[in-house]
Write a protein that binds this ligand. Structure first.
Ligand code: FES
Length: 114
């Protein structure tokens, strides 16, 4: 079972930048990529820098794949799969995003609390 948790309004998102929200006790970083009009949600925790900072990372794309650059050591993470472009052994959790009536919800699955 996984739960959809409403976290903010569409208006709270900042184009091509991140915000951090709390969802089910987890810090989730939300990004709105204006060029492709998509919202992505990933863990705010940087597994390499070991700090909750990813919402402050820069977004863009690598070879057409939406990505986020950590503000700490500049590793790049896919916003769709969570994989780290520089280290195949490392990934961040990604969360499905749903937008309904101008409200943004993320889906938290049980494994994500590990
Ligand atoms: S969100 Fe990563 S395992 Fe479920």
């Amino acid at each position: 079972m996984s739960d959809w948790i409403e976290v903010c309004g569409l208006d709270d998102l900042i184009a091509d930048s991140g915000i951090c929200v709390l969802a089910g006790g987890r810090q989730v970083a939300l990004f709105y990529l204006s060029k492709i009009d998509q919202v992505y949600a990933v863990d705010n925790f940087d597994p390499i820098g070991k700090a909750n900072v990813l919402a402050r990372g820069m977004v863009g794309d690598i070879g057409g794949e939406p990505m986020l650059a950590s503000p700490l050591y500049k590793q790049h993470f896919s916003l769709t799969s969570g994989r780290c472009f520089e280290d195949a052994d490392i990934h961040i959790h990604t969360y499905p995003v749903r937008i309904s009536q101008q409200r943004v919800a993320v889906q938290i699955c049980p494994e994500s609390s590990l």
